[in-house]
Every structure is written in C-alpha cells, then in structure tokens.
Design a protein around this ligand. Structure first.
Ligand SMILES: *Cc1c(COP(=O)(O)O)cnc(C)c1O
Length: 307
C-alpha cells in the first residue's frame, strides 16, 4: 500500500546524556498522521464491498478523526464524525485537524449535551443509512482490528532487534486509549520485550480499563508508569512546553505536543526502572501541533520563566 511506508526507520538519539533508540512512526505516511495509520492498517488492505460510510466519534481536534477522514477519502466512503463539543470559535475559524478533516469531506455532527453518546450515534447512524453499509470505528481507533497493523509493527521491532544484536530491549510510549501499547506488548512478550507506557488521558485505572476492553489476559498488559503529577489532557503546562523545546533543540526532531511531553517527562523520571536498551516510539501526530503550538507560544514566550 503506497499510502504507508514500512518498515519505519529506527534511529539512535541522545537526550540529556542518555542513549535512546527512536522508532520513527512519524514517517509512516504522508497522508495519515502517525500511529493511527497502524491502527487503521486493517481497513486499508482488506475489501469491504458493502461499506459506504464510516462512523466514529471523539474530540473535535483528534488525530484519529483526521486519519479516519483520510481513510474514508481513500476508500470512497462517506464519513460522519460525532463529537460532544464544537465551539463557535472553531466553527467560524476551522484550523488544525478539524479543518483538514473537513477538507477531506468529513461531516461533523454535534451530540446534544443531554444525550448518551453511543445511544445517540446508534440511533442516528441507523436513521440515516442502511446499517450494513456503515462501518463503525471506536474513539481513537480502539478496536480489535488495530491488532493487525500493530502486529506488523511488532515484527519490524523484532527484526531490527535481531539485526542490531541488542540483548535486552524495553519499549516506551505514551498512551491515549492504550491500544498501541497493548497490542505491542501482546505481540512482543514472547520475545522477552517489555512495553512501558504512561496514561496521558485519565489515570492508570482508566488505562487498565481500556486494555481490558481489548484483551482479557492481564499478563499481556503493558507496564504502566504513573506521571509525577496530575496533568489534564490537552491543557497547557509550562513543563510540557519546556521539554518539547529541549527535545527539539538537542535531537532536532519535532515531537507532538499532546502526548510526547508527558511521555518524555515520565520516561526521564523512571530511567532506573528500565534495565537494558530503550526504544521510544514517536507516534507522529504532528498535524495536531498546528493548533497546539500557537497556543503555547502565546502563553509561554520562549525563555520567559515567569509565566
Ligand atoms: C493517538 C496518539 C497516541 C495514543 O495512541 P493510543 O493507541 O490511543 O494509546 C499517542 N501519540 C500520538 C501522537 C497519537 O496521535
């Protein structure tokens, strides 16, 4: 499939005097925005002769929403995306993932405040279309089918490890729904590779709950490392912006502004727990920086310590 470039490269980087390997899933595709291409891989390579429309839901700037708009466009499906919130400002000034998804033909539908999300979607998707023609994908691509693309990614890591002669390998990546981390651990466990992750949305209990929606066997769950303090997803924190700038400066690599600042802060605070080489997964999502970076720049001017 030419939309996806596999395998993605693995590079060596140094940060704060420590060596890391970096899986460049930000290079996976020109069209998709990073790790969602892995989660949606299944829908790119299989045939769905009856499907005419894709339905999903979640936040109005999510990377998953954008990537699904690409998938629908490539496959010639209609795409309806439900969200529980759309500000007047964003409606009048579309930008970031939201604007790009609209350009790809996304139809956005706002769920009324009082309605229950799943119920509302079921009712309306049914009203509008023949159900057999509608493909429903969970928020953030949290579906069993995500395992298809993530098993391929696990194989890339195993092949690379064998070729580079690394004995003991740990993987670290920040989680949203935890789908990526869960499937990686599931397919890498038998190879003695341990996957560590940290919750960026909700807490460890929420993340474990997300794992359980995809896998019953708890022995296949990634190891959760907690953030040093409670950060609210999508909010601006000076420490996030600082480590993002530091990463950019010392590695010359641009990371995403939502997940990676948390991932790197948690990783750096827990290095002694990880025995062996560390592979950090860069999951892309850089399109989202288009809406996050101006917010950060307005709030914390470069070098201004007092904000
Ligand atoms: C979606 C996303 C994640 C989280 O992936 P999950 O599989 O939901 O845990 C992490 N980083 C980036 C850049 C993402 O777009």
């Amino acid at each position: 499939m030419e939309e996806i470039n596999l395998p993605t490269p693995i590079e060596s980087i140094v940060f704060r005097g420590h060596n890391f390997y970096l899986k460049r899933d930000d290079f996976i595709s020109h069209d998709f925005s990073g790790n969602k291409a892995r989660k949606l891989h299944y829908y790119l390579v299989n045939d769905f002769p009856h499907i005419k429309k894709l339905v999903s839901y979640g936040s109005n700037q999510s990377n998953a929403m954008y990537s699904m708009s690409i998938l629908a466009k490539l496959r010639g499906w209609k795409f309806t995306y439900y969200t529980d919130h759309l500000s007047e400002y964003l409606k009048a000034n579309p930008h970031g993932n939201y604007a790009k998804a609209l350009q790809n033909g996304m139809h956005i539908s706002v769920i009324p405040a009082k309605a229950e999300t799943q119920q509302y979607i079921n009712l309306h998707a049914q009203d509008e279309d023949n159900n057999e023609e509608t493909l429903f994908i969970n928020e953030g691509g949290r579906d069993k089918e995500a395992g298809f693309g993530l098993e391929i990614m696990a194989k890339e890591i195993i092949d690379w490890q064998a070729a580079s002669g690394i004995q003991k390998l740990n993987i670290f990546l920040p989680s949203g729904t935890g789908t990526t981390a869960l499937f990686l651990q599931k397919y890498l466990k038998q190879h003695g590779i341990k996957v560590y992750t940290t919750p960026c949305v909700g807490d460890a209990a929420y993340l474990t709950k997300q794992f359980s929606l995809l896998e019953e066997d708890t022995s296949l769950y990634p190891t959760i490392v907690n953030p040093p303090k409670k950060w609210h997803f999508g909010k601006l924190y000076k420490e996030h912006y600082k480590i993002w700038l530091e990463l950019q400066k010392s590695t010359e690599i641009t990371f995403d502004l939502l997940y990676d600042p948390i991932g790197w802060q948690v990783l750096m605070a827990n290095l002694e727990k990880l025995d062996g080489a560390i592979l950090y997964v860069h999951q892309g999502g850089l399109l989202g920086n288009e809406s996050m970076l101006p917010r950060y720049e307005r709030r914390f001017k470069d070098g201004n310590e007092d904000n």
